[in-house]
Design a protein around this ligand. Structure first.
Ligand code: V07
Length: 247
């Protein structure tokens, strides 16, 4: 936890080191104004830029965003194709700001099955920002929590069979090393999970890593979610943490 002066609130806030966000409500945001779902996705992407910049200024160390789940492939193909182009659009317009902000891009998920063009821009973005020392902007992209755990179990089983580990060596640490978030090291577990748009579920996001996280469910649709909303949710986190910390 870092003590940081927060320009959005008058008091000092302890800013969570790792914030994870389920960016929900994009389709409903579009519907509310009579627009197609993809208009909501597009505005949602523009908001990723705003919130990533705000979080970086607040002193957040890792911002994890749930962008595309392994289940989203079952959506209409027109929508899937549009979603797969969003990273191209995102880095095409936002890369100069990411460099200026010293933000390091990380993509957590089963990236091998992505379309070639998407894969290419995603890996280039990680490579172009690999030496940045500021906030890690971690996209959970083609990610699923159960698939991640199954994959870790499979890796450990293979190591046990080939003799490089013994089944009795397996503990929390060895298991976490096999998860897709292992590049985040000691920051892999979010301090705070925010889900926007009023839904109150985890929906297969970071199942292992959220074991001890505080959760805040914000009614705002993701495209409308501002730096002030983020500051409010951090305030809720602070008040809760103080209450339990005092026992
Ligand atoms: C997506 C915008 C945010 C709201 C949620 C639905 C639509 C940014 C990305 C992205 C992903 C990987 C990456 C860089 C950017 C993204 C999808 C959807 C699939 F390396 N926004 N965004 N990806 N939406």
């Amino acid at each position: 936890m870092t003590e940081t002066k927060n320009s959005n609130l008058s008091s000092d806030l302890r800013v969570p080191e790792h914030i994870a966000i389920i960016m929900d409500g994009n389709g409903r945001w579009a519907k509310r104004s009579g627009q197609p779902r993809i208009a909501g996705h597009k505005e949602g992407m523009n908001n990723v830029k705003r919130i990533a910049t705000s979080a970086s200024h607040m002193g957040v160390k890792v911002l994890s965003l749930y962008a595309f789940s392994t289940e989203n492939w079952s959506r209409p193909s027109k929508e899937v194709n549009f979603l797969m182009r969003l990273p191209v659009d995102f880095f095409g317009t936002f890369m100069p700001d990411l460099i200026k902000e010293n933000i390091k891009v990380l993509v957590t998920g089963f990236t091998e099955h992505l379309p070639d063009k998407t894969k290419k821009v995603v890996f280039k973005a990680m490579d172009d920002t690999k030496d940045n020392t500021g906030m890690v902007l971690n996209f959970a992209f083609n990610y699923g929590g159960r698939a991640e755990i199954v994959n870790a179990a499979k890796n450990l089983a293979k190591q046990a069979v080939d003799g490089s580990i013994s089944p009795d060596d397996i503990d929390d640490k060895l298991f976490a090393d096999q998860l897709l978030t292992s590049p985040l090291g000691s920051l892999a577990d979010p301090d705070l999970l925010i889900r926007t748009s009023g839904e109150e579920r985890i929906s297969n996001f970071l199942l292992w890593q959220l074991a001890y996280s505080e959760m805040v469910f914000d009614k705002t649709y993701w495209p409308d979610f501002t730096a002030d909303n983020l500051a409010e949710d951090i305030k809720i986190y602070n008040d809760r943490d103080r209450r339990f910390g005092a026992i």
